[in-house]
Design a protein around this ligand. Structure first.
Ligand code: B16
Ligand code: MG
Length: 214
């Protein structure tokens, strides 16, 4: 059955702006201070997943108490917030602003669904607060990606059925979440990361809206 799209949901980090790099730098600073090996390749697995889960992946089974883990997450978040304070509209990924404008002008609803508790600050610094009908963030639902909850919550807020939504995602966990929500999944990035999506584009600038809407 042909899907009739009514809304587009954007992931934030790695789709609209490259905060994935800032997350990496903040985790790397923490990992270096703790003497834990952590590479850019390791960071790929942290894309789209919550801060708690990211820390578990970074610690890789090393023993820390719950209180120590809480402090480590606070420290990482402080480093991350120092980095995102420098964000301006110039930090939009090439093609993101045009795609958002194009979708809006064609009468579709638009939302952001990010796992990040810092999403609203990033969107404000990018100058995009007015661009979206709804913004879901790391405070919106209990269960993060790959669970479908964040995307289902976002569709509900827009008053649109899940099957009428398409999701732009750069993370494997995000593609899984979109598909679990019965939404059209559009992967942004390499095939080995987002190849399970219904459409795959290398970058947001390569997205062909006509192809998706055909
Ligand atoms: P925070 P997204 C995700 O955002 C990031 O991709 C992921 O790396 C990060 O751990 C997560 O947000 C939580 O972020 O620590 O700021 O709450 O890709 O879903 O927009
Ligand atoms: Mg992302």
């Amino acid at each position: 059955m042909k899907r009739i799209l009514k809304a587009f949901i954007f992931d934030l980090d790695g789709v609209i702006t490259d905060t994935a790099e800032f997350h990496y730098q903040a985790w790397k600073r923490l990992a270096d201070e703790e003497g834990i090996p952590f590479t850019r390749k390791d960071n790929e697995e942290l894309r789209g997943v919550s801060r708690e889960r990211s820390l578990e992946l970074l610690l890789g089974g090393r023993e820390y108490t719950a209180e120590e883990k809480k402090l480590l997450m606070e420290r990482k978040n402080q480093y991350y917030q120092e980095l995102i304070a420098t964000i301006t509209p110039d930090d939009l990924l090439p093609g993101a602003a045009d795609l958002i404008k194009n979708i809006k002008e064609n009468g579709y609803k638009l939302a952001v669904a990010s796992a990040s508790k810092n999403a609203k600050t990033v969107i404000k610094n990018l100058g995009l607060v007015e661009a979206f009908d709804h913004i879901s963030d790391g405070y919106s639902v209990e269960k993060g990606k790959p669970a479908p909850d964040l995307f289902l919550f976002t569709a509900d807020k827009m008053g649109v059925l899940p099957e009428s939504c398409a999701v732009f995602e750069d993370a494997r966990s995000g593609i899984k979440a979109a598909q679990a929500a019965n939404m059209l999944a559009i992967g942004i990035g390499p095939v080995d990361r987002v190849g399970a999506a219904d459409y795959v584009y290398d970058t947001i600038a390569d997205v062909d809206l006509n192809e998706i809407l055909e």
